[in-house]
Design a protein around this ligand. Structure first.
Ligand code: NZQ
Ligand code: ZN
Length: 391
């Protein structure tokens, strides 16, 4: 196991009606003027924004609102939010929504107290300082409610890039599973896929002797395999949604990723798809992961065979571990299809003729030097082959 520091200061408030605590939590974490940031309207229609506003009003905390965050959030609204926060003296960001809203709020929080262009953080500069952020989560997926990360798409060039720093870890996150019951089935399934991707990206490691984190990841994957189909069959199943919501947080706050190298090639390859086609991140991952795993499997067959046996219930073929490894990948692919995820470029709305542009954006865009690295290093030819496997 590698040395590590694990810092996860977020206060999680979990359960029914917990959004009514938003005002008291903002007060506890020092907010005196709040920007409520939200998406395209689902949180307004469900009455959630109204309840959050009432909770702030009950504490006597003034607030402004800025809605309109799109899935795969854009830099344009971030600049607008930064201007607004500076002009109005906002000192606390309250994100009400999914990963896109939370990531946009994190970008505004960092950009407001930074003299340069906030995009510097998305080109490699670490975020050291930001306004405090709180969240009210409405979809179990990205894990941004507990993570030090934010992913934003820059409109000129449609690059999708991430930024990190403990300063943008939410001070608190309110997780009410009942809020996710209004999700369309495709979004629920995309969220399940993203959570499983966050687990696999950590599972694919080159670090030896990481039994505790291996076992945590396997437990969370097994939970998703159990709860995913239950929630797809019965969207009002609160208990299944509760288990998925907490698994989503655990999958990405890095408690099961510490002390080990991680992959993230599937995420990087997918980010170009959701940047170009504006598909759901989870849907892009469903098409990306089986292709990436099949392509890199030979790098460590036993790792894939271990997942096949422990997570997917395959019988170990000791003479031919590659057969077991491949069977595990195929079971994962079948699981994703069973919850309604797309299988290929066509079902995702992606086009074969765009592959050169995708590879260029992935391997050359925004300062990259011709490859991406993780579990294995992939150059432009590898990435082109992987995209072609998705057709
Ligand atoms: O905008 P509204 O109207 O709210 O609709 C949203 C949106 O259309 C809808 N939705 C959310 N909660 C709902 C709801 N509809 C009905 N009822 C509810 N309760 O769902 C749609 C998708 O929302 P979005 O926030 O985009 O979903 P998600 O949480 O999957 O976030 C995806 C973004 O997170 C990034 C992705 O790249 C993508 O941009 N990621 C962020 C990470 C991080 N910060 O740590 C890590 C992830 O790997 C990921 O890359
Ligand atoms: Zn993800």
């Amino acid at each position: 196991m590698n040395n590590f520091t694990f810092y996860s200061p977020t206060c999680f408030v979990f359960g029914r009606d917990t959004e009514n605590q938003a005002g008291s939590l903002v007060r506890r974490f020092g907010g005196t003027k709040v920007l409520i940031h939200y998406g395209g309207g689902s949180a307004v229609r469900s009455g959630l924004i109204g309840r959050v506003e009432a909770s702030l009003a009950a504490e006597g905390i003034p607030y402004l609102t800025l809605g309109g965050v799109q899935p795969n959030p854009r830099s344009g609204l971030v600049y607008e939010g930064i201007d607004l926060c500076r002009r109005e003296g906002v000192d606390f960001l309250l994100a009400v929504g999914g990963g896109s809203v939370i990531d946009s709020a994190k970008a505004i929080a960092a950009g407001t107290v930074y003299d340069g262009d906030f995009w510097d953080f998305y080109s490699g500069k670490r975020i050291e300082k930001a306004l405090p952020v709180g969240t009210v989560l409405t979809i179990a997926a990205a894990g941004s409610e507990g993570s030090p990360d934010s992913v934003i798409t820059r409109e000129d060039g449609m690059f999708k890039r991430g930024a990190s720093g403990d300063a943008i870890r939410p001070r608190f996150s309110i997780l009410n599973p009942a809020l996710t019951q209004t999700l369309p089935p495709a979004q629920t399934a995309a969220g399940i896929t993203d959570i499983m991707a966050h687990l696999y990206e950590r599972y694919l490691t080159n670090t030896k002797e990481v039994e505790v984190t291996d076992r945590l990841i396997e437990a969370l994957l097994l939970t998703m395999i159990h709860e995913g189909p239950r929630v797809i069959a019965d969207p009002d199943n609160y208990e299944a949604r509760a288990n998925i919501m907490w698994a989503g947080m655990m999958a990405h706050n890095n408690s099961c990723g510490v002390g080990r190298s991680q992959d993230w090639n599937s995420h990087n390859i997918e980010h170009e798809l959701s940047a170009l086609y504006d598909c759901a991140h989870g849907a892009g991952l469903a098409v990306t992961m089986p292709a990436v795993f099949t392509y890199v499997m030979d790098h460590d067959v036993m790792r894939f065979a271990q997942a096949a046996v422990r997570v997917w219930g395959c019988q170990m073929d000791f003479a031919h571990p590659e057969v077991t490894a491949r069977e595990g990948i195929e079971k994962f692919r079948a699981f994703l299809t069973s919850i309604g995820m797309p299988r290929n470029f066509a079902e995702l709305g992606a086009k074969e003729e765009d592959i050169p542009a995708l590879v260029r954006a992935l391997c050359r865009g925004d300062g990259r030097q011709g490859s991406i690295s993780g579990f294995v290093t992939l150059d432009e030819e590898d990435c082109a082959k992987i995209y072609r496997m998705m057709i």
